[in-house]
Design a protein around this ligand. Structure first.
Ligand code: SF4
Length: 255
């Protein structure tokens, strides 16, 4: 389990690695770059779909179940981003692995788990078909389910997310690549940030302002990560001179 630079989490754990691009937000995928850097380590493990092509591809899907023990060993509760290096709901992740992931998170409930996907259709289908894994058939408040909406062309992901029986549903608008008409009804949290990479596509500050103002109006916690660009600059984590680091609450408290 690693301490993460992702501002909205305390730790990150990668029980899965690897993915394939699905939308424009994937163009500068941070995880793919990491896969290239850790190629030697990744290639030692057989890919989930074991083909010669995948064996040579460091960003093919791989499963690292030994990471469960690291999370279980940590007694102090932490807010953990589950998989910054993959997308759990990729079509090639077997249902058995998803079952292991959810069963573990339900059982080890002292931590808060944050799961973000660009494939909420499969997340929806999986949760609905496996409601028996969750108390009262609802994903409990220490498991936060989120989807990424980087552009208006994928806004439909939010409607799918909203249908999932879960206490905490959040939307990450990162990298924000255009203005969004976002229906925030029923959502627990909005994250906004620009693309962070060499040659990053710019985020207009007014796109971020508009989402912040709407979240404030609707009483939804808002988290602003960083403006687009690369390198460290003073004030890059501020919007109009303020740091916005709000979190969802369940029964009146951040969990
Ligand atoms: S869905 Fe996420 S992990 Fe997968 S390619 Fe896109 S940005 Fe990378």
């Amino acid at each position: 389990m690693n301490t993460t630079k992702i501002e909205w989490a305390e730790k990150s754990v990668n029980i899965l690695t690897g993915c394939t691009p699905i939308s424009t937000g994937c163009r500068r995928c941070y995880a793919a770059g990491f896969g290239r850097r850790l190629k030697a380590e990744y290639l030692k493990r057989a890919p989930i779909v074991d083909t010669p092509q995948n064996r040579a591809n460091p960003f093919a899907l791989r499963y690292w179940p030994e990471k469960f023990a690291e999370i279980a060993a940590r007694k102090k509760p932490a807010r953990i981003f589950m998989d910054s290096m993959s997308d759990w709901f990729h079509q090639d992740v077997p249902g058995d692995i998803l079952r292991n992931l959810f069963t573990f998170m339900v059982r080890v409930s002292r931590h808060t788990y944050m799961i973000l996907t660009k494939r909420p259709d499969r997340m929806y289908g999986y949760v609905l078909a496996n409601r028996g894994l969750f108390p009262d058939g609802v994903v409990p408040g220490h498991i936060w389910l989120g989807t990424t909406v980087e552009h208006q062309s994928v806004i439909g992901r939010v409607d799918v997310l909203r249908e999932i029986p879960a206490k905490v549903q959040f939307v990450s608008c990162e990298p924000l690549l255009g203005p969004l008409e976002l229906d925030m009804r029923g959502l627990s949290w909005i994250i906004v940030g620009g693309e962070r990479a060499l040659g990053a596509r710019p985020m207009d500050i007014n796109w971020a302002r508009s989402l912040r103002d709407q979240a404030v109006r609707e009483g939804i916690p808002f988290f602003f990560k960083k403006h687009s660009g690369c390198g460290e600059k003073e004030g890059q984590d501020q919007l109009d001179g303020c740091q916005w680091h709000q979190f969802p609450t369940v029964n009146g408290r951040v969990i």
